[in-house]
Design a protein around this ligand. Structure first.
Ligand code: PLP
Length: 372
């Protein structure tokens, strides 16, 4: 699905010397590379504060802790996402409220959010799934109207641009009150282990969060709030400093591969290519996800495996049906889109090193099988 080796070969010298510099310096934790990365990422995103942490799941949890949400507060999020999003809501003793997504973008459905709001609702967590922003203008409008926090789960869309109604643009993860991201190796900006970060434009929230990631300390050995230990280590920061200047190029290469996939599938029946919001910079294709409309998705997965073509089904089970997250208040009729998507979606190989020959082989194999 990804080719991390090919990408590494291209930056090997720089990345190796930067990592060795960290080892030489022995500044493994909170070293200058971490601070440098924080500033580089703030500049790239155009956001006031980046707080690096240990992984994307921690980033989400810490963002919610920073907002001071309390036990029993309801947090609305998408039914169709990676479990990390709902897991941290539940872990904090908050009440996850899962809602349906849009059939074209796969992102949280604004009308479903409106329907799910109660007096206990405190926050909305839109997930920018597969590399494209949720409908942030509408979500921010709802949040203003009902006095809710918006926490963007931006693990899959770093570098994507969102175009507001008035035509102005913002980077994914800089629109809500706070956002989280992940630097897991296969993400669009991946390090060589675990890593994550929180972004916000709110000075007070940033201050609170900087304490939370460090055991709730604002002064050494004085613990004002209950915190966690969540750090980005200097070696990972060294890798990220090397890769961040290439992020736009990496995302362009993904988009070029997506365009070639789209072209190849243009005339094919029963295969729906990923929907794009309109502007050319809106989608960074963390995944390239097709919908197979003639019931052959599962058979296609098997066929691709037999042909040595990697593929993935993200996600095969809606969160509301997962044992850990079932809730008697859920009604199947409110999840018609997710219940359908889990039967139709398939993600094809997507990375910065895909060449024309690979794309031609993958697309012809898919088309011949689906319509054969
Ligand atoms: C990857 C991912 C996360 C979690 O990131 P980790 O760094 O693996 O903890 C959270 N949300 C979404 C949508 C993700 O894709």
């Amino acid at each position: 699905m990804v080719d991390l080796k090919g990408q590494y070969e291209e930056i090997k010298e720089t990345v190796n010397s930067s990592v060795l510099e960290v080892i030489d310096s022995t500044a493994f934790i909170n070293g200058p590379k971490v601070h440098e990365f924080q500033q580089n990422l703030e500049k790239y995103l155009g956001v006031k504060h980046v707080i690096p942490c240990a992984n994307g799941t921690d980033a989400l949890q810490i963002a919610m802790m920073g907002l001071g949400l309390n036990q029993g507060d309801e947090v609305i999020t998408a039914d169709f996402t990676f479990a990390a999003t709902v897991e941290v809501i539940a872990l904090l003793g908050l009440t996850p409220v899962l809602v349906d997504v849009e059939p074209d973008t796969f992102n949280i459905d604004v009308n479903a959010i409106k329907k799910a709001i109660t007096p206990n609702t405190k926050a909305i967590v839109p997930v920018h799934l597969f590399g494209q922003c949720a409908n942030m203008d509408a979500i921010m409008d709802i949040a203003r109207e009902h006095n809710l926090y918006v926490i963007e789960d931006n693990a899959q869309a770093i570098g994507a641009n969102y175009t507001h109604k008035d035509g102005s643009k913002a980077k994914a993860g800089t629109i809500g009150h706070v956002a989280s991201t992940s630097f897991f190796p296969s993400k669009n900006l991946g390090c060589y282990g675990d890593g994550g970060a929180i972004f916000t434009n709110d000075d007070d929230l940033a201050h609170t969060i900087r304490g939370i990631v460090n055991h709730g300390m604002y002064r050494r050995y004085y613990h004002d709030v209950v915190g966690v230990n969540s750090r980005l280590d200097s070696i990972q920061a060294a890798v990220l400093n090397t890769k961040l200047p290439k992020l736009d190029d990496y995302n362009t290469r993904r988009k070029e591969a997506a365009n070639k996939y789209d072209d190849a599938f243009k005339e094919a029946n029963n295969i729906i290519v990923p929907f794009r919001n309109g502007t050319d910079d809106s989608h960074v294709f963390h995944q390239y996800t097709l919908k197979i409309k003639n019931g052959k998705r599962d058979a296609l997965v098997e066929h691709l495996n037999s042909q040595g073509i990697p593929c993935g089904v993200y996600y095969p089970v809606p969160l509301h049906s997962q044992k850990a997250y079932q809730d008697s208040r859920y009604n199947e009729a409110d999840f018609t889109v997710t219940n359908q998507l889990i039967k139709e979606v398939i993600s094809l190989p997507m990375h910065t090193e895909l060449d024309d020959e690979q794309i031609a082989f993958i697309t012809s194999t898919v088309i011949n099988f689906v319509n054969g």
